[in-house]
Design a binder for this molecule. Structure first.
Ligand code: HEC
Ligand code: HEC
Ligand code: HEC
Ligand code: HEC
Ligand code: HEC
Ligand code: HEC
Length: 462
């Protein structure tokens, strides 16, 4: 009886022993067949297949199968993506299935300086596909879906000036023309009714943002933000633009190309530097220098660049000033002039736009549209407000106010909005005070614009 109990355990020991061996063997195979190894073996096999001499073959066969990484001390990152995306820099792998494909358009951002995650996000150190692409728990930077990849460009380049990121530029334009600033601060300017948006791209997912734009209350119950009626491309663009707002500037070299010399940038310089005083475009401007409409037919880009650096060097005795432009400014201006012929140029010449036109710009800049609607036609929902539960349109302002009264109202704002029903929550939107925000000259232009919205003249018909 007493010697029976140890025997009872023999079977158990054998089973346990077997289990351990199986686990060890499994672990070995799991490691052996980690997906990155599979991809590297595929790569080696392909290299061997391509070899045409015995030496090349030997070299290909001896390609080490190992973790590869790009160490980026200035970005505080280590990216191991090339462990699988191993041929990213080899154009002969163009069109191969992922992850073995060549990476298009990377010459301006060499991988040894940029790595991958600064553009794609994801988890740089991970070596399984799911974890690297950031679909892992406790990792709050999932990879950006490729259709939003241009959001990353905004970290280092100004949104509007990057000809390679048109969706980002469009997103900024949607932001600036739909009155978002009326309620939101971005980069230090804007209203206080909604939260600041400087880091919203790090806080919210693409899906959340999209849903929030079409129906804010569906993700934020009781939201005071009006649903945005945007076309599908604009909705995508504004989502992308929000994703680009991740805060935190990048250091030194990475920020060195903030402004990409583009035609847009060149046009700004052209307006700022008073070129129009001496040159005309579309028959507007001065006559001291030649008209510039067709300059791209007369002069090569190289000539134009040299002329900017020093007009005298190509036109001895020229009276055109030597402006001392930086290389980027020179490129931007040249870009602008070369594209004059394909653009519908309407330059803002000083003194040639009316106060009403300038006021329309002020209306746009401070986001009045966000509450009063395009052209001040009203219609933005403001639940429980006496004015038809909407923010009122501005077509009748000229009937009820003098210009001075209007300016006083704009500076003071109006926090108390009469409720329709005192038992329901007060209307979420109110008229913010603009004192200290809108500049003196802007205020006059704004008042002129608001008055121009008057429907008085159009009503005379009946
Ligand atoms: C373990 C291997 C592995 C690692 C490590 C890896 N990837 Fe991938 N990647 C893949 C595979 C496989 C695919 C193709 C299938 C897929 O999309 O999941 C792919 C596809 C992609 C795509 C295309 C997605 C699409 O929508 O077409 C991108 C972009 C990408 N990877 C970026 C990265 C970045 C950035 C890293 C580093 C943070 C990384 N990958 C690390 C294996 C890997
Ligand atoms: C400067 C930003 C930037 C960096 C850095 C970058 N990418 Fe990309 N990547 C892009 C963009 C933009 C695309 C969209 C494709 C295009 O440019 O046509 C892309 C596309 C891809 C794709 C999908 C290609 C396709 O057409 O299916 C993969 C995979 C990828 N990148 C992986 C990587 C890996 C791995 C690294 C690092 C070695 C990396 N990327 C570094 C911007 C970047
Ligand atoms: C981490 C910062 C960073 C990110 C992110 C980034 N860039 Fe760049 N980009 C640079 C720097 C720095 C240069 C200048 C590189 C050089 O000349 O050494 C550059 C150069 C360029 C140029 C060439 C400019 C010229 O005319 O010389 C283009 C175009 C460009 N980037 C587009 C993009 C696009 C599109 C994206 C997003 C997919 C992007 N960049 C993302 C930093 C960045
Ligand atoms: C009439 C005022 C108003 C206007 C106009 C407005 N918003 Fe909002 N927005 C709000 C309020 C209030 C909230 C906070 C409640 C919520 O999350 O819905 C908000 C929330 C947001 C959020 C979520 C922020 C976060 O951190 O959760 C984003 C993103 C946003 N708005 C973007 C925009 C954009 C882009 C526009 C222009 C197309 C815009 N908003 C126009 C009032 C406004
Ligand atoms: C004080 C008057 C003056 C100003 C200001 C001026 N220019 Fe000129 N510009 C001239 C004159 C005169 C010429 C013709 C002589 C020469 O080629 O240098 C000229 C020539 C040019 C040419 C060559 C045109 C051709 O067909 O040969 C270009 C391009 C040009 N200017 C661009 C600009 C730009 C851009 C600016 C603003 C940054 C500017 N200029 C500012 C007077 C001026
Ligand atoms: C955050 C939303 C919001 C923004 C942004 C906003 N307004 Fe208003 N505004 C209102 C509301 C709500 C009222 C209605 C006040 C009331 O019912 O008493 C109003 C009233 C007015 C009135 C008086 C209308 C009348 O019929 O009495 C004028 C004029 C006006 N706003 C102009 C502007 C201008 C110009 C801007 C941009 C500088 C602007 N508003 C920005 C919400 C806003």
């Amino acid at each position: 009886m007493p010697d029976e109990s140890p025997r009872k355990f023999y079977g158990l020991f054998i089973v346990l022993g077997l289990l351990v061996s199986v686990l060890v063997v499994l672990g070995y195979y799991k490691d052996q067949f980690r997906d990155w190894k599979t991809y590297q073996h595929q790569f080696v096999k392909e290299e061997v297949r391509r070899a045409t001499t015995p030496q090349q073959r030997l070299l290909a066969e001896s390609t080490p199968v190992q973790i590869r990484q790009i160490v980026l001390p200035d970005l505080n990152r280590v990216d191991r993506c090339t462990t699988c995306h191993i041929a990213s820099e080899d154009p002969s792998y163009g069109g191969y299935p992922q992850p073995l494909a060549y990476h298009p358009h990377h010459d301006q951002h060499p991988f040894d300086k940029f790595g991958c995650t600064v553009c794609h996000r994801g988890q740089g150190r991970a070596t399984t596909t799911a974890a690297a692409h950031g679909h892992a728990e406790h990792w709050d930077e999932p990879m950006l879906p490729l259709r939003y990849i241009q959001a990353s460009c905004g970290q280092c380049h100004q949104a509007a000036d990057n000809p390679a990121a048109p969706k980002l530029a469009r997103g900024e334009q949607v932001f600036e023309t739909n009155g978002c600033r009326g309620c939101h601060k971005l980069g230090g300017t804007g209203g206080l009714i909604g939260p600041e948006l400087d880091t919203v791209g790090a806080r919210r997912t693409p899906d959340w943002l999209r849903k929030h734009f079409t129906d804010p209350a569906s993700v934020t119950p009781g939201s005071g933000m009006p649903p945005q009626k945007l076309s599908e491309p604009d909705l995508e663009a504004i989502t992308l633009f929000m994703l680009s707002q991740t805060g935190g500037g990048l250091p030194g070299y990475y920020a060195s190309m903030k402004v990409i010399p583009s035609a847009t940038e060149g046009r700004k310089l052209f307006e700022q530097k008073g070129c129009i005083g001496c040159h005309s475009i579309a028959n507007r401007g001065g006559k001291i220098g030649p008209a510039l409409d067709d300059v791209s037919l007369r002069r090569s880009p190289d000539w134009i660049m040299r002329h900017f650096r020093d007009p005298q060097s190509v036109t001895p005795g020229s009276v055109m000033p030597k402006f001392g432009f930086s290389e980027n400014q020179t490129r931007a201006l040249t870009e602008f002039l070369l594209h004059l012929r394909d653009q519908q140029v309407s330059l803002s010449l000083p003194g040639m736009i009316s106060p009403v036109e300038r006021g329309r710009e002020v209306f746009r800049k401070y986001g009045c549209i966000g509450c009063h609607g395009p052209e001040g036609k009203g219609g933005v929902p403001n639940p429980n407000a006496k004015t038809a539960e909407q923010v009122p349109g501005l077509q009748h302002v000229a009937d009820g106010y003098t210009k001075d009264e209007l300016k006083i109202l704009l500076l003071r704002g109006q926090k108390e909005i009469a409720p329709l029903d005192p038992h329901r929550p007060p209307p979420p939107l109110y008229m913010p005070p603009w004192r200290g925000v809108i500049q003196e000259g802007e205020l006059d232009d704004l008042a002129a614009y608001v008055f121009s919205l008057s429907t008085k003249d159009k009503d005379l018909g009946f």
